[in-house]
Design a protein around this ligand. Structure first.
Ligand SMILES: Nc1ncnc2c1ncn2[C@@H]1O[C@H](COP(=O)(O)OP(=O)(O)OP(=O)(O)O)[C@@H](O)[C@H]1O
Length: 269
């Protein structure tokens, strides 16, 4: 079916759909790699591909063959260079289709007809805990569930299942506590577990001054949609990892605002 004619080109509706989908794909890939070194590689590869199309259209056979080889080897190199981004992309797709772990869906499927609302997490004691931990240079790592199921991570530590309270959180992160190592997981308004092991990010662009606590915060936010707060033992600084991005050196107010905004958003991504 012909949509319109552009000079000697007949453009159909399917061609338009094709162009739109390719544009969307390129935009999504660019969004994923934006700001990283990989984005420059991506733009470079696109330019080489455009040059290939031009020399091919002009009928420059030798140049076309050279660029063809370059592009096919380049595709392999791209997979290696973009391994981190590809992993993030696949995780993102996996996360958005993981229906059984979607808390909103679970809430709807298991909703009780007495109309009782599932408890939501109160941020106040958590924020106050972070403030005190920071002031006292005690490290802390707190995972706040959004939609994704965190049971697997909670099971790696000690299950607690207690009300959220500042004294309890401070007791957990006290250097004398056997539970202070690892992360605390908070979900549905409860402290679910402590001493939990989180996945560590392999992002090679994290500043070397940030160690494994911050890598674990970032890794957890890459693997799930949870919000993860890291309090540095070394500097007392507060950091927040959301959706594979680490915001460092936050003030108490910035942390509160970002958390409020992120956790109250109804939809994941
Ligand atoms: N994968 C992980 N899962 C959970 N907790 C972790 C993980 N890796 C490290 N931690 C916690 O982080 C603590 C400190 O690690 P490290 O000193 O490397 O972190 P850091 O990012 O430099 O933070 P800080 O500024 O507090 O020193 C560990 O003792 C442990 O409690």
């Amino acid at each position: 079916m012909l949509a319109f004619r552009l000079g000697f080109l007949d453009i159909g509706w399917l061609d338009l759909l094709d162009i739109g989908l390719v544009a969307l794909l390129i935009y999504q890939i660019y969004n994923l790699v934006r700001g990283s070194v990989a984005s420059r590689v991506f733009v470079g590869y696109l330019l080489v591909y455009l040059a290939y199309l031009v020399v091919k259209a002009l009928g420059l056979n030798l140049m076309t063959t050279i660029l063809e080889y370059f592009i096919s080897v380049g595709a392999l190199a791209l997979i290696i260079i973009f391994q981190h981004e590809i992993r993030r992309f696949l995780l993102l797709i996996g996360k958005s289709t993981n229906l059984s772990s979607n808390r909103w869906l679970r809430r709807w499927l298991l909703r009780d007809f007495n109309g009782t609302e599932e408890s939501t997490t109160s941020l106040k004691p958590i924020l106050e805990t972070c403030k005190t931990l920071g002031a006292e240079f005690s490290g802390g790592l707190l995972v706040l569930q959004k939609n994704d199921d965190l049971e697997k991570f909670a099971a790696s530590g000690e299950v607690i299942d207690a009300d959220i309270s500042k004294p309890l959180l401070l007791a957990i992160f006290s250097q004398y506590s056997p539970l202070h190592d690892g992360a605390v997981i908070i979900s549905d308004g409860r402290i679910r577990a402590a001493r939990c092991i989180l996945p560590v990010s392999e992002d090679d662009e994290l500043p070397p001054s940030l160690g494994f606590r911050h890598r674990a915060a970032l890794g957890m936010s890459e693997a799930t949609d949870a919000a993860v707060i890291a309090v540095s033992e070394e500097s007392g600084r507060l950091s927040l990892a959301l959706n594979g991005e680490l915001f460092t050196n936050l003030s108490q107010l910035e942390l509160e605002n970002q958390l409020e905004k992120y956790l109250r958003e109804p939809k994941n991504r």
